[in-house]
Design a protein around this ligand. Structure first.
Ligand code: GLC
Ligand code: CA
Length: 556
């Protein structure tokens, strides 16, 4: 089937179902709630939805531990509600993509239950190892979430590998029966009308033969032996040629530790094109080292380097996935912007990424400028990754780190209104609502022309109307500035310029001088988007705290 690359003209929205909207009052977000909000998404200009996992799951990792790939969890409304959402989304010209989590399953999945009992054909569906004679574990790999990567199974009397939580055993992708299952899952959802997949840690699915000890890494031991493992391309080609190519669908790879050069092995449009886009992590690492739990001061230079590096290296060969937030990181206003200048910095961040080349993803609540969450006790946290960080530290120190780094900050209920529980539920929310919902919520922002929500609407609309955003050449200026991010997009006589300040201090900029654009380009009428209340005029100006200006002219 022809691959039309429809995703290049759309802006996506990520729904994290548990916290989006509760339709039946049990405190858990669900698909009935989503149904109520489709028009809201449409009014934002959204052309596609990525659903984090909706499948039946014991929720050891909020749905990323799947117990049945071919069904929808009853608490989310079951298959009937899903089919309705799919139909209604399509009616509104919104695509729907699912999360495909096949590096691991839940230990409650039937396959695992049979595998631990050595019932064929499931016996080798997972990665089992007998207990070594020296009393050690089968190797020294770390799990990303909970201690070591091996857990003893009393039933089978063997160890199983889990790169994530204990309740997330890794599948043995070298077993062709497992790959047949993956293809069945892909086909099941695509034939139902789903438009594609975001594939969870998909670059981890092929492990090096012999599962060798990792002599070097101080943490995340083993990752060199399973990230981009030996048979990865082979398996991806198999999924593509046997299933994905039969549909005009889109696939996205979540890919930790990937450089643009490496990414091209998968996303080059004239190469293997095993995926359409990649979720890279470099733009998530401007205030931490790889993990949010290893904090460093925010560095705008690092962020800009990540942005520009991907823009340049993929240019003409592959397509970028643009994002600033998802369910795995704290809120971007708190990370790269300023809670003090919450509204301004939320808008500035929006314009920073929205006009780059690629397909932007907006994560629920990002369009309102939702911020981090500061519960008073560790008991408020739910996330398995968070709760396993530094369990030996004193509570106060842990809490401080969790406030800064926990992904639960992005998982508190969506703030719909100033009503009780932020209008998310009439029951008791499964995770508490961020206290600032009386100030930050969708209902109030609907009424306010200058809200973050309306800024997102304008930015998305502009992006869709200006072909330069899709096609234009990207160029960065003031590369070494730790305060300002400035870039142009040019296509023939069309030029777009973004100037964004990442500081509370006033900064003087001279964009005309740097870009060679004529003075007239900086006429107030060409300032098509800004978070500054004063009308912009002049080719050099002083940026206020977290100010952003977007200029456009079709004639320079
Ligand atoms: C991915 C998901 C994350 C999950 C992990 C294990 O990184 O985005 O939420 O916890 O994989 O499935
Ligand atoms: Ca519910």
């Amino acid at each position: 089937m022809k691959h039309t690359r429809w995703y290049k003209d759309r802006v996506f929205y990520q729904i994290w179902p548990r916290s989006f909207c509760d339709g039946n009052g049990d405190g858990i977000g669900d698909l009935w709630g989503v149904l109520e909000k489709l028009d809201y998404l449409k009014s934002l200009g959204i052309g596609g939805i990525w659903f984090s996992p909706l499948y039946p799951s014991p929720n050891a990792d909020c749905g990323y531990d799947i117990a049945d790939y071919m069904d929808i969890s009853a608490e989310y409304g079951g298959m009937e509600a899903f089919e309705k959402v799919l139909e209604e989304a399509h009616k509104r010209d919104m695509k729907v993509i699912m999360d495909l989590v096949v590096n691991h399953t839940s230990d409650e999945h039937e396959w695992f239950q049979k595998s631990r009992r050595r019932i064929d054909p499931y016996t080798d569906y997972y990665i089992w190892r007998p207990a070594p004679e020296n009393g050690k574990l089968p190797n020294n790999w770390d799990s990303h979430f909970e201690g070591k990567a091996w857990t003893w199974d009393e039933v089978r009397q063997e160890y199983y590998l889990h790169l994530f939580a204990v309740k997330q055993p890794d599948l043995n992708m070298d077993n062709h029966f497992v790959r047949e299952e993956v293809k069945r899952i892909l086909d099941f959802w695509l034939s139902k009308g789903v438009d594609g997949f975001r594939e969870d840690v998909i670059t981890f699915i092929s492990k090096k033969e012999g599962l060798p000890n990792d002599p070097l890494m101080p943490s995340a031991r083993g990752i060199r032996y399973y990230n981009h493992g030996p048979h990865l391309h082979e398996y991806l080609q198999e999924f593509k040629h046997e299933v994905l190519d039969n549909y005009d669908c889109m696939t996205i790879a979540e890919a930790p530790l990937v450089s643009p050069e490496k990414a091209l092995e998968y996303v080059d449009e004239s190469g293997t094109n095993e995926f359409d886009m990649m979720i890279q992590f470099q733009c998530m690492c401007a205030n931490c080292l790889f993990l949010d739990f290893i904090p460093t001061p925010f560095s705008l230079r690092r962020l800009k380097h990540a942005f520009s590096n991907w823009q340049k290296k993929l240019n003409g060969r592959a397509w970028n996935l643009l994002y600033l937030e998802n369910h795995d990181h704290p809120r971007v206003v708190s990370r790269y912007g300023s809670e003090r200048f919450c509204v301004k910095s939320a808008k500035m961040l929006c314009a920073s990424y929205m006009f780059q080349q690629g397909t932007p993803f907006v994560y629920q609540g990002q369009e309102l400028g939702m911020t981090n969450w500061y519960p008073e006790s560790i008991d408020a946290y739910e996330d398995v990754q968070t709760l396993n960080q530094h369990t030996d530290w004193p509570e106060e120190k842990r809490l401080k780190l969790y406030h800064r780094a926990s992904r639960d900050s992005a998982r508190t209920p969506m703030q719909w209104s100033a009503e009780e529980n932020a209008g998310f539920t009439t029951g008791t929310p499964w995770l508490s609502v961020n206290e600032n919902y009386t100030e930050i919520n969708a209902a109030e922002q609907e009424q306010d022309q200058d809200s973050v929500l309306n800024f997102y609407r304008k930015a998305i609309d502009l992006r869709k109307r200006l072909s330069v955003v899709k096609n234009g050449e990207y160029r960065e200026y003031m590369k070494f500035s730790g305060k300002v991010y400035m870039y142009t997009r040019r296509e023939g006589r069309k030029t777009l310029l973004v100037v964004a300040s990442y500081t509370e201090k006033a900064v003087k900029v001279r964009p005309a001088l740097l870009t060679g654009l004529p003075e007239e380009f900086f006429d107030a009428k060409n300032c098509v988007l800004t978070n500054n209340s004063v009308n912009a005029n002049g080719a050099s100006f002083t940026m206020r705290p977290y100010e952003v200006r977007v200029y456009y002219s079709g004639n320079v």
